[in-house]
Every structure is written in structure tokens, then in C-alpha cells.
Design a protein around this ligand. Sequence first.
Ligand code: FES
Length: 298
Amino acid sequence: MDEQKGEPLMSEDVKILVVDDESIVIKSCMTVLKSGGYNAEGVLSGREAMQKMEETPYDLLFTDLKMPEIDGITLIQWIKKKRPETGVVVITGYPSQETIRDALDVGIIDYVPKPFTPAVLLDVTRRAVEWVKGTTAVEQKPQDEFPPSMLQEIDRVIQQYKGKPGSSIPVLQRCQEIVGYLPPQIQKIVARGLKTSAAEIHSVVSFYSFFTMKPRGDHNIRICLGTACYVKRVEEVLSKIKNSLKIDVGEVTEDKKFSIETVRCLGACGLAPVMVIDEETYGAMTPKKVPEVLAEYS
Ligand code: FES
């Protein structure tokens, strides 16, 4: 986690509750989250989740949407009233645009499509933890790290779109052009300006891949962690790239030349494992091919 968001939050400090009516999903989430060092528990119904959350605050809740008795949306609405500080991530099979829209409207911060790979679950969790940490840090930190002219420009954009329906995407696009990326501080300013919640703005930022919460290098490398790429050992390719560039996912090299991002599917599963640098797609990647591909950009 980078310094601008304050003290790093250790994964064992992060309390996660997973709710899903399929015990196999709970089981696999527990295995993966515990392998990442997270303090995770699982329950099989919305009612049990409510009981747990009445007693204990959790940093994150992962919930299915389709569940008998209390469905995911009802559970999320309840959490927004009772535990607004908890970040909510939806785990769902075959999500339609509509389902995701409903979930975004009630303020989720991200979603994981079922079936998911361990790499995707850990990646979403890492980002959700950054969000939890980021929103807390924003409350405590002045926004003086951004030049006043930049903040004025952002304010002008917000005033231009304020009160218009569907304004969050164009405002965020403009803000990304102005700042270069959309850190939690900027998301918070947009949320306040558009009179909406930080969680809703964050959902939009994480849902659309053209938004980024981290600065990008001159050449942005996107690695797919989706199922087809995962089974073809994309993690070995990722680890070779990280070692070659000496940066982690979400970071930029010292010379600002490269940055690395992970995505869930690049829509080229037949070429797995796949990575994209800027607009160029590289299929059937192997760790051996990494140096020659990177050399094209040196
Ligand atoms: S899973 Fe990697 S491109 Fe689809």
C-alpha cells in the first residue's frame, strides 16, 4: 500500500465477512482469503450476516446477490444504514449490467464474477482494502498535495455537471484527464461536489477499466487474471514482469516508463495467457517471452 494513504493496513488487521448460500463458495473464499493473511469468516445467509454485524464491525463484506429470504441488495441496504464504514463487494454469477447497476446504486465498492480464480479474489480484496484505508485517510488528511489550480479546475468541472443525471462518469473522466488518475482524495471531492457517496463514486471508478486509481507509466501493462489465463499460468508471467521491472501491481517504475495493472478478462481468452501494453495485445505469453516484449518499449 502506498504512503499517501497513511500507515499500511496489515492484512491480518482486516476483518472480512463472506455471505453466500453455497457452502462451496464460502469454503473457497476462506481458503483464498486466509492464504492472503486476512481475518475472514463466512456465513450462509443474510440473516446470519446481520446478526454477526450487529455484534462486530467488519472492514469488508463480500456478499452474493441471489440468496433466499434476505437477498444481497436488502442486506447491503441494511449495512449502509447500520455499518456505513464497511466496504461491500458483491460476488455474483453471470451478472447482468442491470444487476451490477442496482448494486452500484446501493454503494458497493467492487464485484467478483463467479466462478473466480484465487488471483482475482485476492486482487479485488487488495483494492477493496485500499479503498477502506483510503477513505479513512482522506477524512484525516488535507488535500494540499494537489495544486490549487488543479482543485479549481476540478471544481469548475463539478459545477458544470452538478445536478445533471448520469454526471459521475463524465466528471470522473475529466478529473482523470486533469490529475492523471483518480486517488481516493479526488473521488471524495467529486462525491461531495455531486452530492453522492464516496462508495458510489468508487464503484464507478472500479467498474470501468478506463479509470485508474494509481498513476500510470508511459507504457501501461495490463495482465489478465481471468480463469482462462489463470489456468495457463499467467501468474508466472506476472511474477517475471514484476521481477524484471522491480515493481508490484499498481506501481510505476522509477523512470516512470512502465506501470502494471491487473484485469479480470481482456476478451481474448483464446490467446491465454494474455497481456496488453498500451493498445498492443500479446497472447500465449510465457515468462521467457517477457524480456523481448519489454525490450520493444526500451
Ligand atoms: S481470461 Fe484472460 S483474456 Fe479472458
